[in-house]
Design a protein around this ligand. Sequence first.
Ligand SMILES: [Ca+2]
Ligand SMILES: [Ca+2]
Length: 181
Amino acid sequence: MGLHTVTITGVGTTMTRTVTFTLAIHSPSCTNSGQQLSNSGFESGEANWTAPPGAIAQRGHAHTGAWNARLGKVGPEAETLSQTVVMPAGCPFVVLSFWLHVDSRESSSEEFDILSLDARVDGAYEPLGYWSNAAAGAGYWQVNIDASIFAGHTVTVSLTSWQDRSLASSFHIDDFELNAY
Ligand SMILES: [Ca+2]
Ligand SMILES: [Ca+2]
């Protein structure tokens, strides 16, 4: 059960082609499988999310649709995007994923501006990862994290940006999903 990566390779006389896909095998007890967050692509604006004013907007920089979230402004204030969800009992596997684009005025690979991913799982704090201006680059990429510790619990997932006082970094986020299996 859970998520499995399957790779199929076709070998011809002059070329080889490989395709990789993810196979989800649901637990028999998982009757409410799939994506659990509401408004995961931000296409309903701020609905279901707690976010700083203006962070969720249409600014021509979405991964899909027209809306996305953006965290990060210069100064000492943290900015947090979060949503609370009750994960279904009977689904022991959870994958957290979102699409991230880091745009930064920092030119150094030193880490000055941080985006951290954290959760409260039945109130208990769980750090899950962080990114920084060092990850700046063109376009979005997908973050995938095993979040099976969420299974069956009430969870608040949060992304928080912390910035120093110069050279802002923008953390663009879209299609934030919690998939249960
Ligand atoms: Ca979107
Ligand atoms: Ca900075």
